[in-house]
Design a protein around this ligand. Structure first.
Ligand code: EPZ
Length: 417
């Protein structure tokens, strides 16, 4: 298994292009199942999660081609409505295909997605919403089967939690349902707006995406379109953290600054200088990072859970004590034991983490526990004295395109073996 070797202590300088958003590409690839014909999706990053989604599309009978960041998907032929266990296990978020397959085929079978590194990832909100739209559900032997032989019918759906995936699955199922669907307490993440924009370009009628009430007027059929995926705001936060912890200054290109408002505020409270242009962001680290009184992870537009590990990593070297409250995933802190191997002083209790800043971090072998936790180890290793070896980096490859090349270009001493 490959590892990352990082020789810490180098300040990062220069410019980095931010790749397309993983959490936008995945639901948009699922949405192509609704189209009859060929869709072209630009700005798709080369990630293992994206490859997993392409493999699911091919398994369903679609023709897919990936060339220089563009995925061409021909969904004229869909011969199967079942995602097998081996493909489901490759990527837990494959559940996002459920609504689109059900709407297109009248039937969908997935293996129970189970948990992931972040804890149990129930899909009760997805299932109850799809039942509201007229699907019948049966679960046995680890398989979940949904049926709607007469098609789906629009309904009012109240989400008890503003779940990103559930909001996306409801939109995908409702686009060609008969009648109108209203989602109350919908998630407002930018990736949901991107999905709605893709679908509306294909002829769907979705209103209110990005607000907590989304209305979908069902249409008989949607066509295909060309679409460019938005930039990945969490990848942006990751490179900002790399600059902040090494005392450097970098320019992030191809970002949407307004997607980073909550993230920018925390970096500024930690002492960083941030200047935004229409599609770029400049960040300069202070000589010494300051503590941040409290970081609470909440749904968008609040501070995102996925950026939590990256900010926590830089605060391990801040002057003072910072408090973290993780409100979204119960196992989000699994990476912290590994971070402490690098000399960080972090205590966790339930959803609370207390970060006592230390003067310096020191290299040690460590292991990725999940995608963003793995990225946090890379950020910390960039500032740790000595050479850190990070293993199980397959987690990082799920969500970061060419992270080694991008960090090397900024002056980091990093290589993959
Ligand atoms: C999406 O996951 C993202 N994944 C996550 O990124 C992100 O952390 C999360 O949203 C929150 O922003 C993708 O978009 C592919 P949720 P999702 O449904 O949709 C509970 C990454 O690797 N819940 O908003 O699964 C759930 O247990 C990932 O990039 C239910 O209880 O997130 C969790 O505690 C990590 N029942 C909370 O809601 C349900 O039916 C957030 O889940 C669904 C969710």
């Amino acid at each position: 298994m490959s590892k990352l070797i990082i020789n810490g202590g180098k300040k990062l300088f220069g410019a980095v292009n931010i790749h397309g958003a993983k959490n936008s590409v995945l639901p948009i690839l699922a949405a192509t199942v609704l189209c009859h014909g060929t869709s072209i999706i630009h700005n798709c990053p080369q990630l293992s999660d994206v490859s997993a989604s392409v493999n699911i599309l091919k398994h369903l009978g679609c023709k897919c081609f990936y060339k220089q960041g563009t995925i061409t998907v021909d969904t004229t032929e869909i011969k199967c409505s079942r995602i097998p266990d081996n493909l489901m296990r490759k990527m837990r978020s494959s559940v996002i295909f459920l609504g689109a397959i059900l709407a297109r085929c009248g039937n969908a079978v997935i293996s129970s997605p189970g948990g992931c590194e972040l804890g149990p990832r129930p899909i009760d909100l997805h299932i109850s919403a799809l039942k509201r739209l007229g699907a019948t559900v049966s679960e046995n032997h680890g398989l979940i089967e949904l049926n709607a032989p007469d098609g789906l019918v629009g309904a009012d759906i109240n989400l008890s939690f503003a779940s990103v995936g559930a909001t996306e699955n409801i939109i995908l199922a409702a686009v060609t349902a008969r009648g109108t669907t209203v989602i109350n307490n919908a998630a407002k993440e930018p990736e949901i707006v991107d999905l709605a924009n893709f679908l509306n370009s294909c002829g769907a009628r979705i209103f209110g995406a990005g607000t907590d009430t989304v209305t979908i007027y069902g249409v008989n059929q949607i066509n295909c379109c060309c679409h460019k995926v938005i930039p990945d705001r969490i990848a942006a936060a990751t490179y900002m953290a790399a600059a902040a912890i090494t005392g450097g200054e970098i320019l992030l290109k191809d970002v949407i600054p307004s997607h980073l408002n909550a993230i920018n505020s925390v970096f500024e409270e930690a002492g960083c200088t941030i200047k935004c242009d229409s599609n770029s962001l400049y960040i300069k680290a202070p000589c010494q990072l300051s503590r941040v009184s409290c970081v609470r992870t909440v749904v968008y537009p609040g501070f995102p859970t996925d950026a939590g590990p990256l900010i926590l990593a830089i605060l391990t070297k801040a002057n003072g004590t910072s408090l973290f409250v993780e409100n979204i995933f119960e196992n989000r802190f699994r990476y912290i034991d590994e971070l402490c191997r690098l000399g960080a002083n972090v205590k966790t209790e339930g959803k609370i983490a207390v970060v006592e800043g230390v003067n310096s971090l020191s290299a040690a072998p460590c292991k990725c526990t999940d995608l963003r936790g793995g990225a946090a180890l890379v950020v910390a290793a960039l500032a740790a004295k000595g050479t850190t070896v990070i293993s199980d980096i397959y987690h990082i490859k799920r969500g970061y395109e060419n992270i080694t090349q991008r960090l090397s270009a900024l002056g980091a001493e990093i290589k993959e073996i």
